[in-house]
Design a protein around this ligand. Structure first.
Ligand code: HH2
Length: 301
């Protein structure tokens, strides 16, 4: 008979337990909670509530008070049907927020969620140290060089297609194994960024939960995270409030999916994820810290 204990995979070792971002060297010695700050009028889960500058800052302060390790500022929604945003307009949304956060919180790592090198550059100039590119450099050939020039930390997220269709099922065919396809496509992205001069210590990988993926593929990727972690880079997961949680639980409203998100985050932690992009920071902080403490504790014999 199988020992029940052997069916629970231990957390995958994190080969790269540090993250170099513009001369700063972050130790990933506990799960990192990255608070989502969308400054778009149309994001799927918190659309329009924090568009105004002051409200965005207020929300950022609340997420930091709740224990966020870093903040991810985004000015373009990937929601299907969302209006495309020109680079200048996107920069006009995110740069003032990044600059204000940098002034108020000099020590807090700031990330910009963009697929455009021009927006990344503007945010880096305003004080961000991380670029979160949901196309992993596919959509702007200048992205890798921009990140290399700044020495930025980079989050390479798997997706397919354009901003308009990457969150649909247009490119959601994987055969026979979604994990193998995603690992291979992210390995290509690592090659692009490495050739441009981005150091291996600057890179974090993200399977892109829900991006060009049906729920079955998102689940397979969360279960298969150890194979992504085996590439040797820290792994980030963005499961927060996503559609697969709605499909599993029947919870319609994204804002009501916090408990499902907690389940996804803790399972992902067990499978090797070390960074978590979330809307509900307090819940993620509490759940991940407790799960982490249990994983670190010596079992008594
Ligand atoms: N998901 C979204 C946006 N950016 N970045 C990373 N690295 N990983 C993710 O899973 C991820 C991401 C989509 O979520 P949200 O920001 O809430 O919505 P929107 O795209 O409408 O802004």
């Amino acid at each position: 008979m199988t020992d029940p204990a052997s069916t629970l995979a231990p957390p995958a070792p994190v080969a790269a337990g540090r993250w170099r971002c513009r001369g700063r060297d972050f130790a990933l010695t506990r799960p990192w909670v990255i608070g989502i700050l969308n400054v778009t009028p149309d994001s799927f889960s918190d659309g329009g509530r924090f568009t105004a500058h002051d409200r965005a800052l207020e929300h950022a302060r609340a997420m930091l008070a709740d224990g966020a390790d870093a903040l991810d500022v985004g000015g373009e929604s990937t929601r299907p049907g969302a209006a495309p945003v020109e680079g200048a307009a996107e920069a006009a949304r995110v740069v003032p927020i990044v600059a204000a956060l940098r002034a108020e919180f000099p020590g807090v790592p700031l990330s910009v969620d963009t697929v455009k090198a021009s927006v990344a550059r503007a945010a880096l100039d305003a004080g961000a140290e991380i670029v979160n590119d949901v196309s992993a450099g596919r959509l702007d050939p200048a992205m890798a060089e921009t990140c290399a020039a700044a020495g930025a930390g980079v989050i390479l997220m798997h997706s397919r297609g354009t901003v308009a269709d990457m969150a649909t099922f247009v490119h959601a065919e994987y055969w026979p194994d979604p994990v193998a396809d995603v690992v291979a496509e992210l390995a290509g992205a690592i090659g692009r960024f490495s050739s441009a001069g981005v150091g291996s210590g600057q890179i974090v990988l993200d399977p892109g939960i829900g991006f060009s993926k049906r729920s079955a593929a998102s689940l397979a990727l969360l279960a298969g995270l150890p194979r992504l972690a085996a590439l040797g880079y820290p792994v980030l997961v963005g499961a927060s409030r996503k559609r697969f949680i709605g499909e599993l639980t029947g919870v319609q409203l994204p804002a009501d999916r916090m408990h499902g998100t907690t389940g996804a985050n803790v399972a992902a932690l067990l499978r090797g994820a070390r960074l978590f992009r979330v809307h509900d920071v307090a819940a993620a902080r509490q759940a991940l810290d407790v799960a982490w403490a249990i994983l670190q504790a010596e079992p008594s014999t």
